[in-house]
Write a protein that binds this ligand. Structure first.
Ligand code: ZN
Ligand code: ZN
Length: 307
């Protein structure tokens, strides 16, 4: 077994393997990204809009243009409303039924439910309030119909007509100066097989990473074997701690002498290799000064070093 391991060039294999893994990883990210493209674009633009809107001096026309763009590009957007501090609708990107009213007022659905709101004009609609982060997770991952509705049903089990309820996700941005706010009203249309793509992508990534992990431990095992160190100890440490183990191993070797003839790691104090008897320090034939690995001339007297 050890004789086989000694013959393999793990360094080369690991480098080639990492390059191949990176290519596969980029491919996976591009593939999954393409499936979620419109969702990712929505999240990105949503962030931009809310960040800009929350600044002191925002440009309303600019904001409207951006809002129009994400409304057009995302199937999830039901409507995006800009309200003044009196809750009057000053802009609606989709001219939905909500824009038919002058004002858009939300009330807490029940005292017991913190996240659910209703608008008195639309009794059959419940708005679930989402923080920015929740909206991101819901947009990318949620199977809205099944999961959010189930959660909602669990919380309002005492209501008998919840099946007739339409559910929208609501997220908002507020400008503290003007009191104006933007309501992002969304429906989540899950990406077909989206969760499966993410699961398979993760499984492939974990698998690739595990192989790399084992390869690195094998490399250290092999190197320790060649260096007459305990391969099980160093291979084991690397198997548990990965790159940290490798770094400790390299530092350990750096702090010791390595026999130039047989490769054994030797204590700094050793003058002769305990494995092959070779004198560990080469010395200059003229002046006797110590010669280091890659020296071509003696550092003390300038004598050319003979092999
Ligand atoms: Zn030796
Ligand atoms: Zn010399």
């Amino acid at each position: 077994m050890n004789s086989i391991i000694e013959k393999i060039n793990f360094k080369k294999i690991i480098i080639i393997y990492i390059i191949i893994s990176i290519i596969i990883g980029i491919g996976l990210i591009l593939f999954i990204g393409s499936k979620f493209q419109s969702k990712i674009e929505f999240i990105y633009n949503y962030h931009e809009i809310s960040n800009e809107f929350e600044k002191n001096n925002y440009n309303l026309e600019n904001i409207k243009n951006k809002i129009n763009k994400i409304s057009e590009n995302s199937k999830d957007v039901v409507d995006i409303l800009i309200l003044n501090n009196e809750n009057e609708i000053i802009y609606s990107s989709k001219k939905s039924e909500f824009a038919e009213q002058n004002k858009f007022i939300l009330n807490k659905k029940n005292n017991t439910l913190n996240n659910y709101f209703i608008n008195p004009n639309y009794n059959n609609i419940t708005f679930k309030l989402n923080s920015k982060d929740e909206l991101i997770i819901n947009t990318i991952l949620s199977n809205f119909d099944l999961e959010v509705k189930k959660e909602y049903e669990d919380e309002i089990f005492y209501e008998t007509d919840f099946n007739k309820q339409e559910m929208y996700l609501l997220s908002y941005s507020l400008n503290n100066n003007t009191g104006e706010k933007i309501y992002f009203i969304n429906q989540i249309n899950p990406v077909v097989n989206g969760k499966e793509y993410i699961k398979i992508g993760l499984a492939i990534a974990i698998f690739l990473f595990m192989i790399y992990w084992v390869l690195l431990a094998l490399y250290v095992y092999q190197d320790a074997l060649k260096s007459k160190l305990s391969p099980y100890l160093w291979g084991g440490i690397t198997l548990i701690t990965n790159i940290a183990g490798l770094i400790v191993y390299i530092i350990y070797k750096k702090n010791n002498k390595i026999c130039f003839k047989c490769g054994a790691v030797q204590n700094q104090r050793n003058i002769y290799c305990t494995y092959c008897g070779t004198k560990l320090d080469k010395t200059c034939s003229k002046c006797g000064a110590t010669i280091f690995d890659k020296d071509e001339y003696c550092s003390k007297c300038g004598e050319k070093i003979k092999e």
